[in-house]
Design a protein. Structure first.
Length: 260
């Protein structure tokens, strides 16, 4: 059962070439302001038209915004596209599509530059308390977080670890701030990568906002460039959040073939 995501808005937003161009611009360099995004489109549309396109993309969940002083920065949000992918790409075709996409990037020598922050946003039909529980209890993370079990007291200053089935650590960090059930801030050290495990750590912030029967979860990963593997972590977060939504809304984990 797929709920709380308006597929029509996603497809409508993607149908317009100008909006796809804006998403391409954010893929190339995330976190741009309206002025930066509008500049290359000035010959094709008005500034107001650019604002309307960005508004439609935000309403569809394909981008998120963050205020920094007087400026608003726009960030690509891959979660809705990941959910469309999870819904319609079969477990048999997924490995082939992943390999073909990887080959295309290698041949075209595309390399998305690392950025200081990635912002993900997803709407889940659940309560803040249940969402907080899903983020902090190992029995639940094991069902959507690449089969890893999180362990921590979740007190500020405490360590947390995501453990694989064999007891080894996938990633670890420190709890910087914990305000159940609305805000959690941690450091992030990807132990699975030998070079990145040497540090320094980046920072992940979870913000939960109740909107009637729906929760808006905003995940911000800052200082991501220190790990030198921005693309892999970005794709990982999209899969994790898609799996989290599926678990909370259906009571069942996403098929293992999708989360592999």
């Amino acid at each position: 059962m797929w709920v709380c995501m308006d597929d029509d808005k996603v497809f409508k937003a993607l149908a317009d070439p100008s909006r796809r161009r804006l998403l391409d611009a954010l893929f190339e360099r995330d976190g741009q302001t309206l002025t930066e995004l509008y500049a290359p489109l000035a010959q094709a549309m008005t500034r107001f038209g650019c604002m309307k396109h960005l508004q439609l993309l935000e309403e569809a969940g394909l981008l998120t915004t963050r205020k920094s002083g007087r400026e608003k920065h726009h960030h690509l949000n891959p979660v809705p596209i990941q959910m469309v992918y999870d819904r319609w790409v079969s477990k048999f075709s997924q490995p082939w599509t992943e390999r073909m996409t990887a080959l295309k990037h290698i041949l075209e020598e595309t390399d998305m530059p690392a950025n200081s922050a990635r912002v993900f946003q997803i709407f889940i039909c659940t309560t803040p308390e249940k969402l907080w529980q899903a983020l902090t209890e190992g029995a639940l993370t094991q069902q959507y977080y690449f089969n890893t079990r999180v362990e921590s007291s979740w007190q500020p200053g405490a360590e947390y670890r995501y453990l694989n089935g064999d007891g080894s650590t996938l990633l670890s960090g420190e709890v910087v701030e914990a305000q159940p059930p609305t805000r959690l801030v941690t450091t992030f050290l990807p132990v699975w990568n030998e070079d990145a495990a040497k540090g320094p750590a980046s920072k992940v912030t979870y913000e939960i906002a109740a909107l009637g029967p729906v929760c808006k979860l905003t995940l911000t990963h800052e200082d991501l460039e220190v790990h030198h593997m921005s693309d892999g972590i970005r794709e990982g977060w999209a899969q994790i959040l898609s799996g989290l939504k599926t678990l909370l809304e259906t009571g069942e984990p996403m098929p293992a073939t999708v989360m592999a």
